[in-house]
Design a protein around this ligand. Structure first.
Ligand code: ATP
Length: 372
């Protein structure tokens, strides 16, 4: 029995998680997978009512679970950034979910490329370092001799301003930082993930020809790990990777990508596979509590209208199943999604006429049929 935390959150998050739980229930009916789900009231309504984002009590409760199934947060009544930072980013940091897994799969005939070659790229985005650590500042260039001290948890840096701005101009900076330990655990996860998928190599995306320090170190560590694991390693610059994803997506399998570039490439990937309603994602700590969610946000413009596509949330549930040791059940779920797409059983974003719940039920029916 798996113990899951269920956080529907805001907007369409509630609707798609309802459909996703119907699908998980169908999986329980026909397999050895079983779960109990505890609902956590985390999101904009509670924040607006009493100012609470993610409380210590929430964290204690979530820590006791095997995994978290998350819908979406975001609300036009709340200033942008508050819910994202106070809930989502905090949760990723507290549970040190250092891998962001984003599969980009061709769900024909719905991909915009219209190339009849199936692809299945699995992006592993490093989730804690690089340029997204919030280490930076805006500075008065007249204070030429000043030293900037940046503190963020365990990191402390001294930067000589003279070296950065010698003409007295104001400036702003953002530090991209990678640690050897951070790269190592990322590389280990990537090689193990690719091995489990039966692949012989991984692709590492960077911009090592320009950002030589951080990505040079990243290459060195990945190189060491590729020897350790006896796996191949291919390098791609991020600009070349963006082009290659359009012209030859089928040539990629597991792709490791640092935080900032991963953010951009996975959104390109989302469109390649049919839009925001089609992508699941995992925020993973291989030794801790991982969280699985659709890639879209709360979509306030369509909330409450029953037209949100639940497939992204269903694919998040599929990733949760695989992560928790139920790969066959995950596979059933994928087959059921493909069946619905091939049969036109879809929501309006994919040209169909069904509601969120109806697509969920269609997926359930196909799962139950796989047992017969
Ligand atoms: P947030 O700030 O919470 O991320 P957002 O509106 O900026 O919300 P998304 O929620 O990701 O960003 O959605 C962007 C648009 O994509 C929405 O306005 C909606 O029309 C569409 N969209 C997103 N998810 C879905 C879905 N599951 N089904 C159908 N359309 C969707």
């Amino acid at each position: 029995m798996k113990h899951l935390a269920i956080i529907p959150g805001d907007g369409i998050g509630k609707e798609v998680i309802d459909a996703g739980m119907d699908v998980l229930d169908a999986v329980c009916e026909i397999s050895s997978f079983d779960y109990d789900g505890e609902l956590f009231d985390i999101g904009s309504e509670r924040y607006l009512a009493n100012g609470e984002l993610l409380t210590d009590e929430d964290i204690d409760g979530l820590r006791r679970k095997d995994a978290i199934y998350f819908g979406a947060i975001g609300d036009p009544r709340v200033k942008p950034g508050i819910l994202e930072q106070g809930i989502l980013l905090r949760m990723r940091a507290v549970f040190d979910q250092y891998i962001n897994l984003r599969p980009v799969t061709s769900w024909f005939p719905l991909v915009p490329l219209k190339r009849e070659v199936p692809f299945d790229i699995h992006f592993l985005r490093e989730n804690t370092e690089d340029f997204y650590m919030g280490a930076g500042g805006t500075f008065d260039g007249r204070r030429k001799d000043a030293h900037i001290k940046v503190k963020r948890e365990m990191y402390e840096l001294d930067i000589d301003l003279e070296a950065v701005s010698s003409n007295g101009d104001d400036f702003a900076f953002e530090i991209g930082l990678l640690s050897r330990g951070g790269i190592s655990r990322f590389a280990e996860y990537a090689f193990e993930y690719a091995q489990a998928r039966g692949e012989k190599k991984i692709t590492l995306v960077d911009k090592a020809n320009v950002c030589t320090h951080i990505y040079g170190m990243q290459r060195a560590v990945f190189e060491e790990k590729s020897k350790e694991y006896g796996m191949g390693l291919e390098y791609m610059y991020v600009d070349a990777m963006a082009m290659a994803m359009i012209v030859r997506p089928e040539t990629f399998g597991t792709v490791a990508v640092p935080n900032l570039f991963g953010d951009i490439l996975t959104d390109l990937g989302a469109q390649l596979q049919g839009g925001l309603g089609m992508g699941g994602s995992g925020n993973i700590n291989p030794k801790g509590v991982s969280m699985f969610e659709p890639i879209h946000g709360s979509a306030p413009d369509i909330a409450g209208q029953k037209k949100a596509n639940p497939i992204a949330a269903v694919l998040a549930a599929q990733m949760l199943l695989e992560n928790q040791g139920y790969p066959e059940e995950g596979c059933m779920l994928k087959k059921a999604v493909r069946h619905c797409l091939d049969s036109g059983l879809t929501t309006p974003d994919l040209g169909g006429r069904l509601t969120t719940g109806e697509v969920g039920k269609a997926i359930c029916r196909h799962i139950l049929e796989q047992k017969k």
